[in-house]
Design a protein around this ligand. Structure first.
Ligand code: SF4
Length: 192
């Protein structure tokens, strides 16, 4: 079953590499930028969690302890919080980098692209409003991609919307095509 999940991850990575390449004029992701990991719910299925933990057990004891401490703190904050959804910094983020990068979840791999949602409304990455991805083509007043700004960039790479919603990427279609089950899904912190 794991083998098939890994086959899916390889397939997904290949697809996403092509998407990011096709969107390169609009992508400002760079090493050390961890905005996507600083506030979120991070949905993880059971199989993703098990894969993430393979990465965790390869870390040094010191880093494992740091992550364990962060998890305890977040869980404590969640107990006291009245916010729903409860947003938090991912406990696996260490020194602004993902400590389990190769083993990260599916949603983590799609951070930064414009994705389609179930209701077909494209979801523009939040960092577009902070001068990062797609900020060079976003009209912040209308929240849509500006054709004028696109033309000014003089590129033949169009800003595109991809079907990379978490719901789709962890759907029965994928389970059937790759012959494995994602299992239960929860916000990452609720697995601990
Ligand atoms: S697992 Fe890694 S990439 Fe995913 S949210 Fe956490 S720190 Fe970010």
């Amino acid at each position: 079953m794991y083998d098939n999940y890994l086959k899916f991850i390889v397939f997904l990575n290949n697809k996403l590499d092509k998407y990011f390449e096709a969107q390169s004029p609009y992508i400002f992701c760079k090493r050390g930028c961890s905005k996507c990991c600083q506030s979120g719910e991070y949905p993880f299925s059971k199989i993703e969690l098990d894969f993430l933990m393979i990465g965790f057990y390869q870390l040094s004891g010191e880093i494992q302890n740091q992550i364990a401490e962060k998890i305890s703190k977040i869980k404590e904050e969640k107990t006291k919080s009245k916010s729903s959804p409860f947003m938090y910094e991912c406990p696996f983020l260490i020194n602004n980098e993902c400590s389990v990068y190769k083993y990260r979840g599916i949603i983590c791999r799609t951070f930064g692209l414009i994705s389609s949602l179930d209701d077909e409304v494209p979801k523009i990455p939040f960092c577009a409003y902070e001068g990062l991805n797609y900020s060079n083509v976003l009209d912040p007043e209308t929240n849509i991609i500006s054709e004028e700004k696109f033309k000014l960039l003089n590129t033949d790479k169009m800003p595109l919307v991809y079907n990379v919603s978490y719901k789709f990427l962890t759907s029965e279609v994928v389970e059937k095509d790759f012959d494995f089950k994602f299992g239960e899904k929860r916000p990452l912190i609720d697995w601990f």
